[in-house]
Design a protein around this ligand. Structure first.
Ligand code: ADP
Ligand code: TRP
Length: 344
């Protein structure tokens, strides 16, 4: 829903959903079923802001052409998957420079210890790997992302809950020092986003090189599916579908009746995993057919997605500018005239 600038300093609506996703690779089934699908469903719950976190991605992607291409692809993918720019504001993080200024203000109230406890940094340090200040202060930028839009609900995976706590902590400290400036957000753990298995049965993740991308070339996708690891139990042996990663993937995409039938075949035995893989190829094809068609249309008209992002950035900036003014006034950065942007 577009933000009316005259409303920007007034009380935020009761539900404002916001989330960000890093363009560090093309989206895989884990990203879709674990995060993106729920973000898209939530666009109906109230006002929604979704952004492509390119500033965060800079902590890992250091090839400019690749970053540019991943950002564009992420936007095309999200719209193709059902993110509706008429209902949700879709934008690129770095198109809203107000957020980086807000990051500095938050940094001045952020204890080092709070960031030292954050897992991304801690994990690198424990493994003896060099960490830069970008990775160390990553959670502060994320807090600014959330606070700049007066977000109330932030849908995230389990791994991001700690960062929402940091955001609440920083907002609380700033408010305590300077008055009621920021709206405190709540995390919303994505439902059903438990753990999508990869081709080797571990959690699907870019880091494990076991992903199947949502919009992968169908021939490549088929090859990957046919290579999903399975056990070597004899064909006739009855098997439990629960906990079988091939079945879990099939269950995510197959219609209910096919899922029940397949579970039954597992329990009876007398089937080959090759047949399940073929059924998975078909189920995935059908499940993403509409999104693939929409993606092809969008690809044919690159200006369309760029226009969506430009419109999203303008709406997002209006909101972020109002919050930044509130924060600047509160901590004494503005001069001349009375403070302008009190939170209503
Ligand atoms: P990756 O592990 O491939 O680098 P990211 O960390 O960029 O993926 O994940 C982006 C979002 O997708 C996060 O919210 C995360 O919770 C979700 N996600 C990623 N992989 C999975 C998975 N295998 N199952 C469920 N959710 C996942
Ligand atoms: N750190 C998040 C991730 O890796 C992405 C992100 C950046 C984000 N800023 C955010 C998510 C603000 C929610 C809100 O998945």
């Amino acid at each position: 829903m577009p933000t009316d600038p005259s409303q920007a300093a007034k009380a935020p609506p009761p539900v404002r959903v916001l989330s960000g996703i890093q363009p560090t690779g093309r989206f895989h089934w884990g990203n879709y079923f674990g995060a993106i699908r729920q973000y898209i469903e939530l666009q109906a719950a109230g006002e929604a802001f979704y952004f492509i976190a390119d500033l965060h991605a800079l902590t890992t992607v250091r090839d400019p052409a690749r970053l540019r291409s991943l950002v564009h692809a992420a936007a095309v993918d999200l719209v193709a998957l059902g993110l509706d720019p008429a209902r949700a504001t879709l934008f690129v993080q770095s198109d809203v420079p107000e957020v980086t200024e807000l990051t500095w203000l938050l940094m001045t109230v952020c204890p080092m210890g709070l960031l030292e406890r954050c897992h991304a940094y801690k994990d690198k340090k424990t493994r003896g790997l060099p960490a830069d200040a970008g990775l160390f202060t990553y959670p502060v930028l994320m807090a600014a992302d959330i606070l700049a839009y007066d977000a109330t609900v932030v849908p995230v995976g389990e791994d991001q809950v700690q960062h929402i706590e940091v955001c609440r902590d920083l907002a609380g400290t700033f408010n305590h020092l300077y008055g009621d400036v920021f709206t405190l957000p709540k995390p919303r753990l994505v439902e059903g986003g438990a753990k999508v298995p990869g081709t080797d049965g571990q959690k699907m993740s870019k880091s494990y090189e076991n992903t199947i991308e949502v919009f992968e070339d169908p021939a490549v996708q088929k090859k990957k599916i046919m290579r999903i690891t399975t056990d070597s139990r004899p064909v006739e042996e009855p098997k439990d579908p629960a906990g079988d990663h091939l079945f879990e993937l099939f269950a995510l995409m197959a219609p209910e009746s096919d899922r029940l039938q397949m579970a039954d075949r597992y329990r009876r035995g007398g089937f080959g995993y090759g047949d399940v893989k073929k059924a998975l190829v078909e189920a995935a094809g059908a499940f993403f057919a509409v999104a693939r068609a929409r993606r092809a249309e969008l690809e044919a008209d690159p200006g369309r997605v760029e226009a969506i992002l430009a419109d999203g950035a303008a709406r997002a900036r209006r909101q972020a500018a109002a919050v930044l003014t509130r924060a600047r006034d509160a901590c004494g950065l503005s001069r001349g005239g009375p403070p302008s942007g009190r939170k209503a």
